[in-house]
Design a protein around this ligand. Sequence first.
Ligand code: CMP
Length: 140
Amino acid sequence: MAGNRTFTMIKPDAVESKNIGNILQMITDAGFSIKAMKLTQLTVEQAKKFYEVHSERPFYMELVEYMTSGPIVAAILEKDNAMADFRTLIGATDPAEAAPNTIRAKYAESKAKNAVHGSDSDENAAIECAFHFSDAEIVG
Ligand code: CMP
């Protein structure tokens, strides 16, 4: 069985610091298959919609500004237990609190510029995959 899916973005800070390759290596080494992937730059409208759940938070506009500040890599990942295992691989939101050898411990700059996104539930994973990819863009 192929497993289930989660959604990730390599965020503008990690693209800027030339860590796309290092992060994708960690993802595939951890057993995830990439089912869809693209380099893109979010519009303000897209970022606001994607982070709508955070719209009441004080950092919302900072988050939208940051996420639209440069290119990101969006991808759909597949593995057994994909959502939870990917959250383990990326580590805590704040890199200062992220476990050693997690993506954020290695590559994130700060709580805001934290290198990668990972869906926080299977329900949100499905919504986020569909937000960024059509069925025709997903392999297998
Ligand atoms: P993520 O968990 O992927 O999705 C929500 C994002 O909001 C989070 O990553 C951070 O990039 C950002 N974020 C969370 N907390 C803060 C904060 N206190 N200040 C600025 N940005 C934050």
